[in-house]
Design a binder for this molecule. Sequence first.
Ligand SMILES: NC(=O)c1ccc[n+]([C@@H]2O[C@H](COP(=O)([O-])OP(=O)(O)OC[C@H]3O[C@@H](n4cnc5c(N)ncnc54)[C@H](O)[C@@H]3O)[C@@H](O)[C@H]2O)c1
Length: 405
Amino acid sequence: MNASAASAPIGVAVIGAGMAGKAHAAAYRAAAGVYRPTLPEIRLVSIADINVELGAEAAARYGFERHDADWRAILADDAIQVVSVVVANFLHREIVEALLAAGKHVLCEKPLSDSIDDARAMADAARAADERGVLARIGYSYLRAPGIAFLRRLIDDGRLGDVFHFSGRYWTDYGSRADAPMSWRYQGPAGSGALGDVGSHLSYIAEYLCGAAREVSGGRFHTAIAERPKPLGAVVGHTRGNVSDELVPVENDDYATFNAAFERCSGTLEVSRVAAGHPNDLSLEIFGSQGAARWSQTNPSQVEVMLHGTSAHPEHDDLTGYRTVPLGPAHPHYAGGWAMDAPGVGIGQNDLFVHQARAFLEEVAGIPEDESLPRCRTFDDGVHNMEFLAAVAESAERGGSAVAV
Ligand SMILES: NC(=O)c1ccc[n+]([C@@H]2O[C@H](COP(=O)([O-])OP(=O)(O)OC[C@H]3O[C@@H](n4cnc5c(N)ncnc54)[C@H](O)[C@@H]3O)[C@@H](O)[C@H]2O)c1
């Protein structure tokens, strides 16, 4: 079913018009407008959401031809070849399996599911689909961040020397108020809370920088706010709004921390959805024998680097320290990646979805890998990510014991 490079339009649909669904819809609209003009025409066909108002608004805003109240309308539509699945994690499996069976190429949001058994079943379905030329990929949007890719370059080309250790945190505060309403994010097994939500990002980023995780230990979960009010209306993303007086129990982790041994080094990782004052603070720092480097989503257009340099000029030791490097065309993913790709123009999280959509469309279009952005990851990678997080959950359950990944 792969369209050839020079071929017919690719029809696109997005299932879910919530916080990340809108980012996918906007990204498909923009994907042909970055890098070289090699993509076939992208036809924006449908946005499906059971919340009809939301689906209609997103379809109108991003130029999709229609919206559907039932995602099943997409299955039989021959005009649609590519579908993003951007709904709550516990809904991924049913929708993804039906789409793959119908021959649609699927880009599923992370984490693959809220249950490892479901994730493994989805990976089985993906391998079977692959034999029929149908692609199933997972959206690891931060692998598109120029600053994170630059940290990796500094490791790979040896400028940081031997890697000693890594520190990563993904602090958010969307759950820090007790009146934040109950939603799917607070329901599910241990490890499907902050760990599954933002730890799923932090863990693949840590492996991208530090190599494959071997073992985790020191797992600890904490549910800071044990009950939350029922919403009086739809909850989209992290929105608050009117709530009922009725409280329902929070089932999963507000906070999680653990240590991990990776191929290249060891590190500590910490995630939270109750870190007041930190709406979206993904921060990474890596230390090596020649220096250190750090990046944060708070200032995503820059990387800070500290290199020891030579000892030939000890008189300059008083200038040793971190310096700020503004990201620009000299850095990964940057040149051609935006209409204005000069240093200092600013890039953000929404931009990463554009590059992710483009990478997926390039693969669907059959554009060779060496002429494309790095491919999106497979469902097997998605299962591995969940196994990594499951090891953290097991460590937490066993009082912090070491657990192999
Ligand atoms: N890559 C990222 O940076 C990123 C950021 C946020 C969320 N996500 C992921 O995206 C997914 C969705 O998260 P979100 O924050 O957008 O959720 P959300 O709750 O904001 O939106 C989900 C949408 O799905 C709709 N929906 C529910 N049941 C449906 C059904 N049966 N058919 C069609 N639509 C249905 C809801 O009405 C809602 O609009 C999750 O897997 C999440 O982990 C990824």
